[in-house]
Design a protein around this ligand. Structure first.
Ligand code: AMP
Length: 287
């Protein structure tokens, strides 16, 4: 596996692969990799001749007072995981390689979409995500890029960006990978102490409850969300940021539960903010 720290190295490798006619897949990550990330790499390796994974804690997507400084990092562990899952090149740049000191150009969706759900409490988050993913697309020029359904709003926003900016890149959505007890895998789970780790189960429990109620025929979003909120509120360590039902493409609130609706939540467990979601009728895979 090649470890590339510069944009020039990535461009050189990918150019050589493209000359050979290889299909290139990209998996953008912020490192501290787990089985959720590995599932994206596996899928990319199964579908692409060459797999590039970016491992970069992107400062522009963190707001004031968020966890940029404390975000967990372990590059040696990441390399071992990536090598075992068939990654061909890991891009591991310094912040200065990605952003000139006076960088002032951003990619931002100017609609309501990034202001919904996580955007309500993280107003600059998706501008940072779009900017870095756009840069990664320009650097790697992949044929396909792989994203987790765990970050459902991010995925919808990337799809919109790809459409609006005419990137010739296929976006592939991968299902949420969970711990055995249901907790959605996340690099941030490492922040949880044992009591919080137990309390964090309310997120997946609420997702499973929502799925069961939906399958049983509940179509009233307010009733569904009330039942899910009530379950979360039983846990003293949990504080709800949002539990919402939105259109799976536009991210705008809906009142009726029907196929394609995204039911998403963000919940603080102690000081750690966790997210989880499900899509009614399952997720459309590729776009
Ligand atoms: P992150 O490193 O948290 O920015 O995540 C990088 C990519 O991995 C994103 O596309 C995430 O949606 C995806 N991802 C993170 N956790 C999971 C999970 N538990 N299951 C599936 N995909 C995930």
């Amino acid at each position: 596996m090649i470890i590339a720290r510069t944009i020039a190295e990535v461009r050189k490798c990918v150019a050589a692969w493209k000359k050979e006619g290889q299909v290139v897949g990209l998996v953008p990550t912020m490192g501290y990799l787990h089985a959720g990330h590995a599932s994206l790499v596996d899928r990319a390796a199964a579908e692409c001749g060459k797999v590039v994974v970016s491992d970069f804690v992107n400062p522009t997507q963190f707001g004031e007072g968020e966890d940029l400084q404390s975000y967990p990092r372990d590059f040696a562990h990441d390399c071992a995981l990536l090598e075992a899952h068939g990654c061909d090149l890991v891009f591991y740049p310094e912040v200065s390689e990605m952003y000139a000191e006076d960088a002032a150009t951003y990619v931002e969706i100017l609609s309501e979409m990034p202001k919904q759900l996580c955007g309500k409490t993280r107003p600059i988050h998706f501008r940072g995500v779009c900017t870095v993913v756009s840069k990664l697309f320009n650097i790697v020029q992949p044929d396909r890029a792989y994203f987790g359904q765990k970050d459902a709003q991010q995925l919808a926003i990337i799809r919109r960006m790809v459409r609006d900016l005419s990137y010739g890149i296929e976006i592939i959505a991968c299902p949420i990978v969970r711990e055995e007890d249901g907790l959605a895998m996340s690099s941030r789970n490492t922040y949880l102490n044992p009591a919080e780790r137990q309390a964090a189960l309310v997120l997946s429990e609420a997702v499973f409850l929502g799925e069961r109620l939906t399958e049983a025929g509940e179509t009233d979003a307010a009733a569904l969300l009330a039942a899910m909120r009530a379950h979360i509120e039983e846990e003293p360590l949990a504080k709800i940021d949002y539990v919402s039902a939105v259109d799976g493409v536009t991210m705008m609130p809906v009142s009726k539960i029907e196929p394609g609706v995204l039911v998403a939540m963000a919940v603080y467990i102690g000081r750690t903010r966790l997210i989880d979601n499900f899509t009614v009728g399952g997720t459309a895979d590729d776009c």
